[in-house]
Design a protein around this ligand. Structure first.
Ligand code: ATP
Length: 587
């Protein structure tokens, strides 16, 4: 197909707003194209050259270089191009105008074919090294010299990443069904293939071959599978019913979803959005090689940030530090992670998408050698609502977001959100409105950088009715190095061998302290916990739950030497704050 013909389709697409009409225009375009070109047309229409997950360079040329190429191709100086661009507001239109001015003089150019343009774009994207910028400008200039005005417009918009035809993957998939399977009512077949092999060019070429080719798409290590997603419910009874009355409920870890592919010694890690994030997790790559007992496998799990000093989970935002391209080994030490696996899609040449979850989980268990770095998501077979509630509280107090409840007999449907998995979580978008003052009752020995001092402290609220201190959380964050070094000096004088009588908690710290020292703490939210005991009686009486109030992701703010332990925030105050938080969430 000539590139100018593709450009005419682009023009028609731009003029159209209805999705069905756009799909039909594209379908017509695919039908007219040479079968060898449909992949290139599919990529180009999305403004791409290959799928993002391949981690290949993008086209991306900046405006300055683009203007230089326009100038070289048309003989108009950059200053004048800038002026016209200012007036037109679109560098594509500017190029089209300047090329139209010049065309009178250069007749009989070779006409550009789609594949010429695609190949030139590829060279532009792949140019690297010292002379890369010059090379890019030269190739773009070459294209513009051969381009008609309409071609110049779309070439420029594409290299600038501003094609914006309003066509997404879904429309292209429907158009492929319409063009090659006879109707867009077969778009599910194309979509299903795409969910298993999300490469629009690859799928376009299969579509040309017909339905059977699409239905035979196999998943393979190295090519990400679009992840299955969960529905959400907040009533545990309804969740259990929807999940089939008997379900496997797992902790919902608050990290980054990872699809880990293994083929011999080669490991790929893909994110929920199918980005290749392998470089961010050299540690996970090593563990996958060592602990996934398979030649080839595709497994899914959650990568969670860990506090290096306490071993506790850290909020998922901490993983953002891993996005750095440089010094990744340093960041790896600062932000260590753990992996919790929860599914297997493929093993040694066999696909497991059509197997029920109960079977997939068993297979997963059989190929993972659990250890402190990589293990299976904690879960339990649940048949009663109370069991589900108990596990939920347990998960939250262990730093998780809640649960993902899985229907045991359901298959894995790539790229869909459905009731096969149901998430049961609380929203906790808001930071706690206020800090609270809590009393130190215990300490946990530090590890790593914190060895020799405490890694975290157990803190409590005051209950004046019973004159006792009820535990609220374990605080390991917010301390500076200087604060940490000071901890033994401040606290060790209050060390006692056993739990004081006026302390109530289900936790077992390494060291008990007399409740003397008060600190100010802030956190992400208040939650219920089976191990902490603040306001336990009130929660049981008013909310009918055997739990205390706790703080999620607590951080040390400062010491409060001006406060006596009995001046600390009371359990009742915490309970009232919790009720206010619930009310706010409902609004
Ligand atoms: P959310 O923001 O709630 O994580 P989401 O849209 O990213 O939602 P959903 O599929 O709706 O994804 O929710 C499940 C997500 O929870 C998974 O994508 C995964 O990242 C995470 N997760 C944590 N633990 C588990 C688990 N045990 N099983 C499945 N998913 C889990």
């Amino acid at each position: 197909m000539l590139y100018k013909d593709l450009c005419r389709y682009y023009q028609r697409l731009e003029a159209e707003t209805g999705k069905i009409a756009m799909m039909k225009i594209l379908s017509d375009c695919f039908k007219k194209a040479d079968p060898e070109e449909v992949d290139k047309i599919a990529y180009l229409t999305l403004g791409k050259l290959w799928p993002d997950w391949k981690g290949m360079p993008e086209l991306g040329i900046g405006e300055k270089l683009t203007m230089r190429a326009i100038s070289r191709a048309t003989g108009v100086d950059v200053k004048k191009i800038e002026d016209i661009y200012k007036r037109k507001g679109d560098l594509g239109e500017t190029a089209a105008f300047l090329v139209s001015q010049k065309r009178m003089m250069t007749l009989f150019q070779k006409e550009l074919e789609v594949k010429d343009v695609y190949e030139a774009f590829k060279k532009i994207a792949l140019a690297s090294g010292p002379g890369a910028m010059d090379m890019k400008v030269r190739i773009l200039t070459g294209l513009l010299v051969s381009a008609s005005p309409i071609e110049a417009k779309y070439i420029i918009r594409t290299v600038l990443g501003k094609l914006r035809l309003g066509v997404g993957e879904a429309t292209i998939l429907a158009a492929l069904a319409d063009a090659f399977l006879g109707s867009d009512k077969y778009k599910d077949i194309v979509e299903e293939a795409y969910n298993k092999h999300p490469d629009i060019g690859y799928i376009a070429k299969l579509a040309v071959k017909g339905r059977e080719a699409l239905e035979h798409v196999k998943i393979e290590p190295g090519v990400p599978v679009r992840p299955m997603l969960a529905e959400r419910l907040s009533d545990p009874a309804e969740i259990l019913m929807k999940a089939g009355g008997k379900a496997y409920a797992e902790y919902k870890y608050d990290g980054e979803r990872a699809q880990i592919h293994k083929k011999g010694d080669k490991i790929w890690i893909y994110s929920r959005r199918l980005e290749n994030i392998t470089y961010q997790y050299p540690d996970v790559v090593e563990w996958a090689k060592k602990y996934i007992d398979a030649k080839e496998a595709i497994v899914e799990g959650e990568i969670v940030a860990i506090d290096p000093d306490t071993g506790d989970f850290r909020p998922f935002q901490e993983l953002m530090h891993r996005k750095r391209k440089y010094d990744i080994h340093k960041v790896m030490e600062e932000i260590p992670v753990k992996v919790f696996l929860f599914d297997v899609l493929y093993l040694n040449g066999r696909e497991f998408l059509k197997k029920p979850y109960a079977e997939r989980r068993k297979i997963l268990e059989s190929i993972i050698k659990p250890n402190e770095n990589i293990t299976l998501a904690q879960g339990r077979l649940i048949e009663k609502v109370e069991e589900l509630e108990k596990l939920f509280l347990e998960a939250v107090s262990n730093g998780c977001e809640g649960l993902v409840v899985k229907n045991l007999s359901e298959i894995y449907v790539a790229g869909t959100r459905g009731w096969r998995w149901i998430k049961y979580k609380r929203d906790y978008k808001s930071e706690m409105a206020d800090t609270v003052d809590l009393v130190v009752i215990g300490g946990f020995h530090g590890r790593g950088r914190r060895s020799g001092t405490y890694g975290a402290l157990l803190v409590a609220a005051y209950n004046p009715d019973k004159d006792c201190f009820e535990s609220v959380c374990k605080v390991g964050s917010g301390f500076t190095d200087a604060d940490l070094a000071e901890l033994p000096r401040i606290l060790d004088k209050y060390k006692i061998p056993t739990k004081p009588k006026n302390v109530v908690t289900e936790m077992e710290p390494d060291v008990w302290f007399e409740p003397k020292v008060v600190m100010e703490v802030i956190g992400a939210e208040l939650t219920l916990s089976p191990v902490h005991r603040a306001a336990f009686d009130l929660v049981r009486e008013r909310l009918k739950k055997p739990a205390g109030i706790a703080i999620r992701f607590p951080r040390f703010v400062r010491w409060r030497p001006d406060k006596a332990p009995t001046d600390a925030t009371t359990s009742k105050e915490l309970f009232e704050m919790y009720l206010r938080q619930l009310k706010k969430l409902k609004e």
